[in-house]
Design a protein around this ligand. Sequence first.
Ligand code: 6PG
Length: 249
Amino acid sequence: MTRRPLVVVHRDKAMLAEASAARLATAVLDAQAARGAADIVLTGGSMGSAVLEALGRSPLREAIDWPAVTIWWGDERYLPTGDEDRNETQARDALLDDLPLDPARVHPMAGCDRSGSPDEAADLYAEQLARAAGGPHGVPAFDVVMLGVGPDGHIASLFPGHPALTASGSTVGVRQSPKPPPERVSLTFEALQRGAQVWFLVAGPDKADAVRRSLGGAPRDEAPAGSVQGTSATIWLLDADAASQLPTA
Ligand code: 6PG
């Protein structure tokens, strides 16, 4: 069943980050109360870091059973471990390295130091996902999938007009990305759709057109963000600038 996405608008990027961090803490607590664990998918970009930094400052951080949180990434720039432009490095710097996580439950995508190509890194990640899923889907039922959105409407490393948009399976090696670096690894649409809650975290006037087109039903090839839905909720978490081209109710 396709539900209408929920749109939540905050006054600015800082408030968006604080509110999304509180929302994330609550979602993790709910998942842990329900099944003793939580699987979350992180996004790169400035919003991904801002939410993690806000969660690090929040007193709610202490309520979470961190060793029982499993961390995944929606995409990664195909760069060596520790490179400052990797989404993994930025998430570790923003929060992860300060948490008592179980290293066996932290799943970065392999970089060029741990795999021979983006395709191989994608295959390795698909294996990790399938192992964790232990069921027919080959991908765990993520509790929360967080996605930043580019001005072009891209999510993860799924860019408008790029062949990766039609990849099957759970992961895809990306070459010739229009945004540097050209080589990346990404979850596919199929995998992103395994999120119970899918959240789009978007701030800034340069995103307003992409938000309008995505929510307005533009085709996947033009606005990839518009075609991912969570199995129980799809939430667009915006600041006022990113929401500025949406029709008023
Ligand atoms: C990348 C980034 C990118 C980012 C979006 C949103 O891999 O190049 O991760 O996909 O998530 O462009 O970025 P902001 O959160 O900074 O707006």
